[in-house]
Each structure stands twice: as C-alpha cells, then as structure tokens.
Design a protein around this ligand. Structure first.
Ligand SMILES: [Zn+2]
Length: 357
C-alpha cells in the first residue's frame, strides 16, 4: 500500500512536471503574444532583409524589405534623424525622391522629409497611428533651406503651422502658389492614393485651384497636418495580405464633408482623454501573424547597403560614411539595394538585440 502510494506520488509528480513544462511553453508563447508590438518594433535598428512586402493595414501592420532614404540628397534633407524613421517600401522611397526632383523642377527649393516608417514598420513608441507598413510619408511644408542642416538643427528646427488654430483657416501670408503646385505634383503620381492635409489647407485649395481640379479628390482633410502633408501610396504588387484602404469618394471633396470640419463637432474635447491609444496597447497577437517573422528575419549587413540615394532608385547606395559614425562593414563592398531582390546575406545573421521594454 505504502509502496503503491509512493509510486503514485512519483507518477503524479512526473505528470505534474510534464504539465508544468508544457504550460511553461504555453505561458512563454502567450507572454510573447502579449508583448507590446511598439516595444518590439520600436527597438529595431535595421529592416528585415527579405523581399519588400507590406502586411496588414496602415495603422496595424508591419513590412519587410524596407530601404532608407539617404539623409541628404540634392533635392531633399531628412529631418529628426534620431527617430530612425527614414524607412519605407522601396516604391515609397523612390516616390519621395521623384517628388523631390519634380518639385525642384516646379520651383520648390527641395523637400524636408519627415517620418516615413520604422525599419520594420509596426506601431511606434510615440506619434503616428499609421505609418506602419512602409507606405506613408510626411513631407514638411517648410521649403528646404539653401544649406545643409546640421544633425542638431534637424532635431530642433521647429516647423511652422500654415493654419490658424482658432479659425482652422490657412494663414494667407504663409501660403503661396508653390504650395499648391507641390501638392498637385504629389497627387499626380498614380501610386499616391491619398494626401492628408489640415482641413484649412484643403479649403484653401478648394477655394483657389483653377483649371484641372480632379487631383483634389486625393487631397483629404484630417486633424493635424498643418506643418506637413502626409503622402499615402496603395498596397504594392506582391504584397498579399496588405489591406487596401477604402477608395476616396468621387468628386473634389469641396462639399459637405469639408464643411463639417468648419463646425464645432470635430474640435470638441475628447470625452475620454485618458483612454489609451491603439498603438499603446497593440500586442503582437493583434498584428498579422507574418509580423512575428518580420521581427525575427535577419538584418542586412549595414544601413548603407539598404539606403537609397539620389540615383532615382537605381540601387547604388550613396550615403557617405559619416566621420562621427563609422560604418559597420569595413572592407566589404556595399550590396546593391535592389528593391525587388532579396538582399544577399554574406554571413550568418547575428542574433537580434534583445528588445528593450
Ligand atoms: Zn503622417
């Protein structure tokens, strides 16, 4: 009796141990699924070195195969470099370059490029609900100055709002036909589905654009966007699992939907100001399952290898090594950042840094 009891006890302990082991495995999986996506994606320094692919939606997703826009080009300068948000789908990066060239040809001094995406997209630690799948980019309304901004200037230079915050109307002395031309040019590309601007800016265009007004359909009023405009391109070919946005309604949008922005309703104080923002509670479980693989994919050998310069996207990395920031892969030639081919991995991928919380 006593022996049997011991045996039973031992069996029970063994069973419990197996169960505990299994449970611990489950618990670990559950904990990972519970991890905040913004912490994991916000910690990424380099993109996933696989083919370009956007997963999910603009405000709930991630992307692989990202490339960076060079911090400087002849017709642009990137701002707020410390945020490491110069990354996008290769089509997005090429489009910004093209817009910068075309804008200069139109008489704009050059672009100041704001946030695009994190290296692997995903929700951000601060700012933006969208910009998660490499297909959104912010461009400042401030023209590029005639000199190279220092890194400190790029962090601290304040942006000028074009809109009176009380009336929500454009401040006329800050507006020019060049602003209209820049937005028209950005809207002219077939890849661009929407351009978000402050309602005051939309109204200014509605009131003043002569001749062809079809492009106004892409210019959508939204909160903020008074010192920058937000360019959004559509899901790119091959991105199965990229969720398209609703198409814009027919017409120029200079109608009741715009008039609504000039009522009191959109500007009422938030009834529940302490409610967490979606990006602050988004877990890995709520993102497309492919985002786990995007997070775990190997990195390219260096940032320079996946940086696009002023070559119109022909694939040659043009970022000059910066004296203060030695390049990582001394002695290795830069890998062409061909947007549609996987970046070759020249050595076994290093383990990713443990994401900091
Ligand atoms: Zn934006």
């Amino acid at each position: 009796m006593r022996k049997k009891s011991l045996f039973q006890t031992a069996t029970r302990i063994a069973a419990a141990a197996v169960a505990a082991f299994a449970l611990s495995g489950l618990a670990a999986t559950a904990a990972r699924a519970d991890e905040l996506a913004k912490d994991l994606f916000g910690a990424q320094k380099l993109p996933a070195a696989t083919t370009p692919h956007s997963y999910g939606f603009y405000s709930k997703g991630c992307f692989s195969g990202g490339v960076a826009i060079a911090t400087d080009g002849p017709t642009w300068q990137a701002m707020r470099l410390s945020r490491n948000r110069r990354w996008g789908h290769p089509t997005m990066i090429r489009l910004i370059e093209k817009l910068s060239h075309d804008a200069v040809a139109d008489g704009w001094p050059g672009l100041l490029v704001g946030d695009i995406s994190q290296p692997r997209g995903g929700p951000m630690l601060t700012g933006h609900a969208s910009h998660q799948i490499g297909l959104d980019a912010d461009i400042w309304f401030t023209p590029m100055p005639d000199h190279r901004l220092t890194p400190v200037e790029r962090e601290n230079m304040s942006a000028t709002s074009l809109v009176n915050e009380k009336t929500h109307l454009v401040i006329d002395k800050l507006w020019s036909p060049a602003h209209e031309r820049l937005l028209k040019r950005a809207a002219s590309y077939p890849e661009v589905e929407r351009i978000l601007v402050n309602p005051g800016i939309k109204k200014k265009l509605c009131d003043t654009v002569k001749g062809d007004r079809t492009w106004l359909r892409k210019i959508r009023p939204f909160w903020g966007h008074d010192y920058h405009f937000h360019v959004r391109i559509g899901c790119q070919p091959g991105s199965v699992g990229c969720k398209a946005q609703e198409s814009t309604p027919a017409g120029d949008g200079c109608d009741k939907s715009l008039a609504w922005w000039f009522t009191e309703e959109p500007w009422r104080p938030n009834k529940n100001p302490d409610a967490p923002k979606a990006r602050d509670v988004m877990t890995m479980a709520s993102l497309p399952k492919e985002c786990r693989a995007v997070l775990n994919a190997p990195s390219p050998q260096s940032e320079a290898a996946v940086t696009m310069g002023d070559t119109g996207g022909s694939g040659v990395a043009t970022t000059k090594p910066d004296a203060a920031k030695p390049t990582i892969d001394v002695g290795e030639p830069p890998v062409p950042a061909n947007a549609f081919a996987p970046t070759p991995i020249k050595r076994p991928p290093l383990p990713l840094p443990k994401p900091s919380r």
